[in-house]
Ligand binder design. Structure first.
Ligand code: LLP
Length: 406
């Protein structure tokens, strides 16, 4: 049977919009968002979608309409949230390297809070707020030193990582923040890593953070909110992923009767499996040792296999009754690292369309122009309706900011 996104076949989408093409399912996005709000309903959390996973404006607008807040890590992401009609008052600003200009932009926009990652950043936010005659709401990102048991490049909560303030230094950092007149301490935050397939590190991090909340309360520093960072992992292949309801129950038990507002910053689990990258087979090449399925998508469209050796499931959109071959699925980029999959068995031939699954998160948002490839178009599917939500880039757009003046 031909593969579909909602009621539209991928064959039709590839025919209408061309390839490579990211396709997003509105119902899958809605379902993923509601999975969080319903699992955590007892705690009425503010779900702040992590824009870095996919910043497409239509997607942000859709989440805003569902009541989502946003987790941003740059002025650019704030500009996207505002352009999509998102509420700055539900937006939290994370990241280790906020510039003065970004802090000013966020303060003027009226963000909900800054997740602060170091003492110099506290001082900088205080100084910018003083200059603007404002008070900046802040939360400290504390590194709970918990092993997230994920790929080292996306593990962020260990002592060796650049993120957050060391757990042992947290009380002193809060005391320092309390002396800065243009800051208002509102919360505490942590984020231990991404693509988490085990619940225990998440629960352990929550326990450690709540322990700190209690210690700070004794010192007279009362926090209003606790932010547990990113969401759970998703199924790319055959991994088992944590049960959201179980996570919610554990958090509810740990928070108990403390009057703490809960915030979450899921990215991947809200969008990852709502997206598919369609690509056309250009050639089948029988190499000396291996076969290669050369497609028109490449590492610039989906960097995850090259960067993390990540697995993305690949299927032929129109199943064919031909002999399957075992092959690497590779792009046209001049790098050995330009692969989308190694050693897959696929029944396809030149001209066929392949669906690369789980491409809603960290795919389009990590795309580049390497080899002067235009960034791919993005399409939004709602039932039987498909809309272009990002045009395919043109060569003119790529070169627009350059001059050949020498
Ligand atoms: N909050 C903070 C502060 C983060 O750093 C991240 C992700 C999130 C939230 C969202 O986490 P999620 O719910 O998506 O797990 N490019 C990598 C993933 C990098 C994640 C970085 N931080 C990948 O493709 O796997």
């Amino acid at each position: 049977m031909t593969l579909h996104c909602e009621n539209i076949s991928f064959t039709d989408l590839a025919g209408q919009f061309g390839t490579p093409l990211y396709v997003y399912s509105q119902s899958a996005l809605t379902e993923a968002f509601c999975a969080y709000t319903s699992a955590f309903s007892a705690l009425s959390p503010l779900v702040c979608y992590a824009v870095k996973a996919n910043g497409n404006l239509s997607l942000l607008k859709h989440f805003a309409a569902l009541g989502s807040g946003f987790d941003i890590v740059s002025g650019g992401e704030l500009a996207r949230v505002l352009a999509a009609g998102g509420d700055a008052g539900k937006t939290i600003f994370s990241g280790v390297g906020k510039s003065e200009a970004e802090i000013e932009f966020a303060l003027n926009a009226g963000v909900l809070c800054f997740n602060v990652e170091s003492l110099p950043e506290l001082d900088r936010i205080n100084a910018v707020a003083a200059r603007l005659n404002q008070t900046a709401p802040i939360s400290l990102r504390i590194n709970p030193d918990v092993d997230a048991k994920t790929h080292p490049y996306i593990s962020t909560g260990l002592k060796a990582n650049k993120f957050g303030i060391a757990y042992a230094d947290a009380p002193a950092a809060y005391r320092h923040a309390a002396t800065l007149p243009h800051l208002r301490i509102t919360g505490i935050d942590c984020h231990i890593g991404s693509q988490l397939t085990d619940l225990s590190p998440l629960v352990e991090a929550c326990e450690r953070i709540v322990l700190l909340v209690d210690q700070l309360a004794v010192e007279g520093i009362a926090l209003e909110h606790i932010d547990l960072g990113g969401g759970i992992g998703i199924v790319y292949n055959n991994e088992s992923v944590p049960d959201l309801a179980g996570y919610a129950r554990a958090v509810d038990t740990i928070i108990g009767t403390r009057p703490l507002k809960l915030m979450l910053e899921p990215g991947r689990s809200l969008v990852g499996n709502a997206g598919t990258l369609l690509t056309k087979v250009e050639y089948i090449k029988h190499g000396e040792e291996k076969n290669f399925i050369i497609v028109d998508a490449a590492m610039n469209d989906l960097m995850r296999p090259a960067l993390y050796e990540a697995y993305h499931h690949i299927e032929a959109v129109e199943p064919k009754n031909i002999a399957p071959i075992s092959a690497d699925v590779v792009g046209p980029i001049c790098e050995t690292g330009d692969f989308l999959a190694h050693n897959r068995t696929l029944a396809c031939e030149a001209g066929d369309i392949l669906a690369i699954r789980s491409a809603g998160a960290y795919a389009a948002s990590m795309a580049s122009n390497y080899n002067t490839r235009n960034r791919a178009a993005e399409v939004w599917v709602n039932g039987s309706q498909a809309r272009l939500v990002r045009q395919r880039e043109s060569f003119e757009q790529q070169m627009a900011n350059e001059t050949a003046c020498l």
